[in-house]
Design a protein around this ligand. Structure first.
Ligand code: NAD
Length: 326
């Protein structure tokens, strides 16, 4: 299969590229390197089945050429990270909505099997836990810019599902919950790499709020396995939305303590109010737990890595890079 990965120089994209090349697929990556990292893809540079275009997703000519050569597209390119979203809401909305619109238009021209990356953020402040794909969604007020990420991804979902319904394009939507693992940057507010780096350096571990908010962390290798299995089954999964995430729920306080234990660090936890970490009036979700019954039913997927295994992988990775980590 010839697969185009938008955002392929990003965290999930680089792991997906590796997995697809390993099974003999041809991979083309389109990425503007805004949050992606050239280091993520250096290892593939001379691979005979790999090609790379540094460009904006919204460059119609480049997108058209790449889509014309692809059997399938995995659309990961997006403005990602709570901090980035709060600081640059216009860029978030434009990249996510205009970019996905352009992507779907190209996919329609060449009848590409398409998988769109959405996010657990679309569940917003919903209190019915765990979150299932058909649940009602509860976003905060539009005056709070953090919700622009969820709203833009939600519009992407509508666009993707509409292309399936109206034009019979084989589109599948995946809602990733917190995906973590080696190679994730801590620059845009990603909690696990930030905690691990602080732990390894013996610096205070910055916990936002009271730390009693909880999350479920999924190893990126499990996420990538789900993406590939869904991509391979367009007949059963087109027009559908799937949650992809772990069900192992931990509070951020527990995460911080586990990082301290696994790194053997003397770091202490430092509590930072949300107002200081983000913007005044910032709203967070208390719990974010996926119901993964649907994806399990479709492709038999369940995560294989627990939190300790994930953290040990991230710690090994960050330890090697400690002098440069930033
Ligand atoms: P990432 O920031 O590492 O990857 C996104 C990539 O898209 C980057 O390489 C970036 O340079 C690229 N990009 C951004 N704007 C672009 C544009 N206009 N043109 C071309 N490339 C552009 O983030 P990630 O964690 O790998 O996320 C991948 C996808 O998964 C995103 O769509 C994100 O919304 C979604 N997601 C991720 C998580 C997670 O926990 N990692 C959770 C929910 C959803």
């Amino acid at each position: 299969m010839h697969v185009l990965i938008t955002g392929g120089a990003g965290f999930i994209g680089a792991h997906l590229t590796r997995a697809l090349l390993e099974r003999g697929d041809q991979v083309a990556v389109l990425d503007d390197l805004s949050t992606g990292n050239i280091e993520n893809i250096r290892a593939f540079a001379h691979h005979p089945l790999y090609s790379f275009a540094i460009d904006d997703l919204r460059n119609a000519l480049v997108l058209d050429r790449l889509a014309s050569q692809a059997d399938a597209i995995v659309h990961l390119a997006a403005a990602v990270g709570v901090q980035l979203v709060v600081e640059r809401p216009t860029e978030t909305i434009e990249t996510n909505v205009i970019g996905t619109h352009a992507l779907l238009a190209a996919a329609r021209r060449y009848r590409c099997r398409t998988l769109l990356a959405s996010t657990s953020e679309v569940y917003g402040k919903g209190v019915k836990v765990p979150f299932a794909e058909d649940d009602d969604l509860l976003l905060g007020a539009s005056s709070r810019s953090r919700w622009s990420y969820a709203a833009s991804k939600l519009l992407d979902e509508f666009l993707g599902l509409a292309a399936h319904r109206e034009y019979d394009l084989p589109v599948t939507v995946v809602r990733f919950f917190n995906t973590v693992g080696p190679g994730q940057t801590g620059r845009y507010g990603m909690v696990v790499p930030r905690f691990v780096r602080a732990g390894l350096r013996g610096e205070p571990i910055p916990v936002y709020g009271d730390g009693e908010q909880s999350r479920c962390f999924c190893h990126v290798r499990d996420t990538v396995r789900a993406v590939i299995d869904l991509l391979d089954r367009p007949e059963q999964t087109s027009g559908e939305i799937y949650n992809i995430g772990s069900s192992q729920e931990v509070t951020i306080n527990q995460l911080a303590q586990t990082v301290i234990d696994r790194t053997g660090s003397r770091s202490a936890v430092q509590y930072i109010p949300y107002n200081e970490a983000y913007a005044p009036g910032f709203e967070d979700m208390r719990r974010r737990v996926p119901d993964t019954t649907k994806v399990h039913g479709a492709i038999g997927w369940t995560p294989k890595h627990n939190l300790i295994q994930i953290l040990d992988d991230v710690i090994d990775y960050e330890r090697l890079r400690l002098p440069q980590a930033g």
